[in-house]
Design a binder for this molecule. Sequence first.
Ligand SMILES: [Fe+2]
Length: 187
Amino acid sequence: MNGVQASWARLIAERELRGVLPRRWDHSKGVAERAVDLAWVLGDDAALLASAAVLHDVGYAPRLAETGFHPLDSARFLRDVHGADDRLVRLVANHSFALLEAEERGLREVLEAEFPLLENSLLVDALVYCDMTTTPDGERTTAESRLAEIRGRYGVGSVVERFIRRAAPEILAAVGMIEARLAAQPR
Ligand SMILES: [Fe+2]
């Protein structure tokens, strides 16, 4: 992917989210800003990460919410309506350990069959980092605060809260790995 595709991704996300879900759009823009910070770490895949970052939540748009499981709705929309790049679609489908949430929803087999997880764990972890260090309003935060915010928002025992409790160690490990890469960046 290149810069042109990243601009296309931003236009698509803006069109679907800005008017109907302005806060979700603010979050998506913030996640995309974190991706810019990681461009050096990602090298040739920087534009792919930027595209996935801005599009990762597009399936929350009411008109796209077919299953109600937003990673799957996002990925199907990008694949079926826009014929998007296979790696972009698979990255979005699996963002922030979506497989674990899919399991809570009985959708794990569906997600795995349609959108296998990318083997490039750096890209996968980078998207976890971008999403989990950005507040719902698009501000920068820590992964610990973000996890606490999600738990509080969805409520104990809900599908999302159960998922986030299970995924927390992996989320923190992924974020820690990316932070270590950022700390090693030459200045
Ligand atoms: Fe997100």
